[in-house]
Design a protein. Structure first.
Length: 392
């Protein structure tokens, strides 16, 4: 055995919120758990706005994902309380609701379609006139043409969520290796651990690949098992409502402006998060003048008073996109290797249910019913047909 070999029941590769919640729940379930990440608690959660938008971010063709999103949204109040207890930290969960508004006739038609889809899916959302929208949120532009009031779409602060999960993991005995992973170790046709960039060898009975958008490019993972996950860039702005906080917005406000999503998420501490671009530019995380301009232009159309606020931060992150916009959860075709990745626009929302599902599959080997549609095996190549030898 190598001098620097270290072993555990579970090794989680990636210490973003998905890796951390998996590790925390696995450790609570009695598994000796380690996380490998040079900067645990970092990643896309440092950029994300933290909308829990199961209903307002519903898209055609994503009805299966909706079930998982709703299940996770339902778990959030209990999850936030449990995590606060375990970490001693508040994660900024706010049951504030969301208002999705339309600025012109096209937006209005789009929102009407969304409303019809929401109703077909049995979701709660109420159509409001422009005047009713402004009565709820007086800072909205006078030209708002109507909107959808969704009282069940809340918010959390993803930075606080990441920090609390890190503390909860430490308190639950999770071991952290603050080094990047060089490669997965595969021996005897199963995953056995990983080698770190400092050459430390980590052994584990089960490995969870939870490296966000990087999950699709870890050395050592056999090609047929490598998750089809790609980075989708999102630029996000943070503004600050000066103290004493005048009521600026009381709930998340969002719209589709000229085909792009814009949302404003007001935090209790005066922070106002404005997001987000969606760009297929590979690993680029540059904040561009164009990105900032478009976000401010669209946000200003929605809430003109926004230009009075100090702009305190601009940042870009990478969503882990998958071919069907849904996560990949559970065992792969390589024994010993699980995935918890591909959460795309819903990583923060799906954190509670992901932790629960991953802890269950790690403990029992069975993927819970709720997660079965999200098995990574849905992307495995079909077994090739047996080749018939042709007579010559
Ligand atoms: N769910 C928000 C975003 O991905 O921008």
């Amino acid at each position: 055995m190598h001098a620097s070999w270290k072993g555990s029941d579970v090794l989680v590769i990636g210490g973003g919120i998905i890796g951390l919640v998996t590790a925390w729940r696995a450790a609570l379930g009695g598994l000796r758990t380690a996380v490998a990440d040079p900067d645990p608690g970092g990643g896309a959660a440092q950029v994300a706005a933290g909308m829990l938008a199961a209903v307002t971010e519903l898209h055609y063709g994503e009805e299966t994902l909706l079930g998982l999103n709703l299940a996770s949204a339902q778990r959030y109040p209990g999850f936030a309380a449990e995590l606060a207890e375990a970490s001693g930290q508040d994660i900024g969960f706010r049951a504030c609701g969301t208002l999705a508004v339309a600025l012109d006739a096209d937006d209005r038609a789009h929102l009407r379609e969304l409303h019809a889809l929401q109703r077909r899916c049995g979701l709660e959302s109420e159509w409001l006139t422009g005047r009713e929208c402004r009565r709820l949120e007086p800072m909205l532009a006078p030209g708002v043409r109507g909107g959808l009031r969704v009282d069940g779409d809340h918010q959390v602060d993803p930075r606080r969520l990441a920090a609390a999960l890190l503390t909860a993991c430490e308190r639950a005995g999770v071991v952290f290796h603050r080094v990047s992973v060089a490669r997965l170790t595969v021996a005897g046709d199963r995953a056995r651990g990983a080698v770190l960039s400092d050459r430390t060898e980590l052994g584990a009975d089960q490995v969870v690949l939870a490296a966000g958008s990087h999950s699709g490019r870890l050395d050592g993972v056999p090609a047929e098992v490598l998750p089809p996950v790609r980075p989708v860039k999102g630029q996000v702005l943070r503004l600050t409502v000066p103290r004493p906080y005048a009521p600026f917005l009381t709930r998340t406000v969002r719209a589709v402006v000229r085909g792009s999503d814009v949302y404003l998420v007001p935090r209790a501490n005066g922070e106002l998060v404005v997001g987000a671009t969606s760009e297929e530019l590979g690993w680029d995380t540059t904040v561009t003048a164009g990105g900032v301009y478009e976000l401010l232009r669209d946000a200003h159309e929605l809430v003109p008073g926004i230009t009075e606020l100090p702009l305190t931060e601009t940042r870009a992150g990478l969503r882990p996109g998958s071919p069907d916009n849904a996560p990949l959860l559970g065992p792969t075709a390589l024994p010993g290797l699980h995935l918890a990745t591909g959460h795309f626009r819903n990583g923060v929302l799906l954190t509670p249910v992901t932790g629960e599902v991953m802890a269950a599959v790690l403990a029992t080997g069975e993927l819970p019913e709720i997660a079965r549609p999200f098995s990574p095996l849905r992307f495995s190549p079909a077994p090739s047909p047996v080749r018939q030898e042709q007579p010559v």
